[in-house]
Design a protein around this ligand. Structure first.
Ligand code: GLA
Length: 394
């Protein structure tokens, strides 16, 4: 479903469930990170793009006298047919169901900004695969923040909005994530990748509108769970490396400086730092390649990124490695420029830069070989770079 169809679907579902038309409709996309993995919390560069998969909400004020009118936000999850009720009469707290915490975290962010929350009836749905490393949680957070903007009539600066959503993830979902996912969901631009300097928060749009190239997302359908502890552990190891090397963050360290300081780091922490420092460099250079339509250069850095994430950062898994191996076998001749795991890791998706006219044959080959080698069916789709969060109605 494209965004227009999705909006029509959610409108109809809202109407069915609440018995009237919604007053507001908002959406925020998921993302795929082309390159720059585990660099955002090291003050480095990332190069994500928003995908044509969305968290979407239709909403209205509750009818007078209804249960929700008594200081409640009700959210009906269309797909899972599950309801969350959030009490807004006092300070926001964590609660159930689990997914409501992303929403609660954002509402808390608005309370902290001095916004008095108003009761709402919401119908919600997401086409971003859950636990697939495509930022379904950031999409939900940014979508909620965008609904609050629509409902209060007060727009907030998109960078502030991304930071508010990131804080929701930290405080209410317990994942100490960086700023990439919420930034791209809030700031994505159609036809562009976003080169983000996570230290200065300066963004640069990198055009990616050549119809001859496409990005394929290959979901291994192995679920990843970032609250599992590995993510926080990697982050702590990077901080340890920076501390022992006497710098504020790994952004301040060159490959030569790292080699010189090797004795100050454990073997594992050294490899973690080597990934981050190399990845920051690769991201800048891949963006240069893509900006110059040098797809082979971009693809080469993607393969190198994967190898580093697999061997030095150790966040890949067998299934992700199998996908990259198949992509390498198809190779340039078969239309693949590059491929790597994307997102936090431990499952989820790979991203491949490919020739558009080979999308069908590449998808077929990856699906067949992956199924044969792992016994799992992959889900594969391509997406053009989409726009960031949007108020569709209201
Ligand atoms: C998750 C986090 C991001 C980023 C990636 C790894 O998606 O939410 O902030 O750290 O992992 O690059």
């Amino acid at each position: 479903m494209n965004l227009k169809e999705l909006a029509a679907h959610v409108t109809a579902e809202f109407q069915k469930h609440y018995g009237r038309a919604p007053r507001w409709i908002v959406a925020a996309p998921g993302r795929v990170n082309v390159i720059g993995e585990h660099t955002d919390y090291n003050d480095g560069f990332v190069l994500p793009m928003a995908i044509e998969r969305y968290a979407i909400m239709a909403a209205d004020e509750p009818l007078p006298g209804s249960v929700s009118a008594a200081a409640q936000i009700s959210i009906w999850d269309i797909h899972f047919d599950e309801k969350a009720t959030i009490d807004i009469s006092g300070p926001m707290t964590r609660g159930t169901p689990k997914w409501s915490n992303y929403i609660r975290g954002v509402l808390c962010g608005f309370q902290n900004r001095g916004v008095k929350l108003a009761a709402l009836d919401i119908a919600f749905m997401s086409t971003v695969p859950l636990g697939g490393g495509l930022s379904s949680s950031a999409a939900l957070e940014v979508c909620t923040a965008t609904l609050m903007e629509a409902a209060t009539g007060k727009a907030i600066d998109p960078i502030e909005k991304a930071l508010l959503a990131q804080k929701a993830e930290h405080d209410f979902a317990g994942v100490p994530c960086g700023i990439m996912d919420q930034f791209i969901s809030a700031l994505g631009r159609e036809g562009h990748l976003l080169l983000l300097d996570c230290r200065t928060r300066k963004t640069e749009l990198v055009p990616m509108s050549d119809p001859a190239v496409a990005l394929l997302v290959i979901n291994t359908n192995v679920k990843h769970e970032l609250s599992g502890g590995e993510y926080a552990e990697r982050r702590a190891q990077c901080e340890e490396a920076a501390r022992n090397l006497g710098v504020a963050s790994l952004r301040d360290v060159t490959a030569e400086q790292l080699e010189k300081g090797k004795a100050k780091l454990s073997e594992v922490v050294f490899r973690r730092a080597r990934h981050v420092i190399g990845e920051i460099e690769r991201t800048v250079r891949a963006a240069e390649g893509i900006r110059a339509s040098n797809w082979s250069a971009g693809g080469k850095f993607m393969y190198a990124s994967h190898a580093s994430l697999r061997d030095d950062y150790e966040v890949s898994c067998v299934e992700l490695d199998v996908v990259v191996k198949i992509a390498e076998e198809i190779g340039y001749k078969g239309g693949v420029y590059g491929c790597r795991m994307t997102g936090g890791g431990f499952g989820g998706c790979c991203v491949a830069l490919v020739k558009t006219d080979a999308v069908a044959s590449i998808s077929q080959k990856i699906a067949a070989d992956y199924q044969r080698e792992t016994g799992i069916a992959a889900t594969i789709f391509s997406s053009r770079p989409a726009a960031g969060a949007v108020i569709i109605k209201g």
